[in-house]
Design a protein around this ligand. Sequence first.
Ligand code: CP
Ligand code: NVA
Length: 304
Amino acid sequence: SLRHFIDLWRLTPADLRAILDEAHRRKAARQGRPKGFVDNDAPARDRVLAMVFEKNSTRTRFSFDAAMRQLGGASIIATAADMQLGRGETIEDTARVLSRMVDAVMIRANRHDDVERFAAASSVPVINGLTDKSHPCQILADLLTVEERKGPVEGKTIAWIGDGNNVCASFIHAAPLFGFDLRIACPGAYHPDLYDLARGADRVSLVDGPTEAVRGADVVVTDTWVSMGDTDYEARLEAFEAYAVDERLMENAPDAVFLHCLPAHRGEEVSDAVLDGPQSAVWDEAENRIHAQKAVLAWCFGAL
Ligand code: CP
Ligand code: NVA
């Protein structure tokens, strides 16, 4: 069957571990090379990736494009608004047509269900480049960053502070599969989905507040309080006021690495001092999107 990469929980722990190891290996193998240097084995030679964006993107767009070049392939990028998709052509018909023209499709969609529908009608692998429900590519880049700074993620403790959103959901999915503990501090109204929490099983706990979550943690991670598609901006700013990651909070986790998928809203969920400070690994994290996604693409193309 097709190797879709839609949610982490659909993959086996062995496949996920192999993807992360491949990301480490590929990153190490090209240290110092120009960004366009093609890896010697070029596992995406003769392959084309289509990217479809229903929402804005900087990192996902540029990292997938760079990743395809480095793997020896090519990519084609369009926003849904530019496509007939934006004029009512169905998801399924779009999937059938793109399947005849490219070897894999990455899609960033407003509704998670649309990615599932796309995959069901596609005859090539489909990659989730973020939906309202999850962001699996991001978590592979994050775990790559954690392992660079802290060694194997298995047995580590990660603290998630703030909104129980799409990125949080993918962290929850990852916890039992990679064997780390996830402590979530989140205001009641913005808790993660119960289905996601069930997938996290005993690796995931909801704790009482940010201080309890970060104490003794190896990693502290947060994300915007207002995701793409959220409309209740004022209510959110109020609900999350006590969840800002600042220097005072980080004093409780002096050895922790700080992560943020970016874009950051400086002065809201994270202070300048933390984002630009010695514990922050956010620029490595952004770069690691390329390395992690090369491993995902290699897996989708059956080269792993
Ligand atoms: N972190 C992330 O996915 O960034 P973009 O929205 O810029 O792709
Ligand atoms: N949670 C954010 C992540 C952006 C990369 C959003 O969905 O907007």
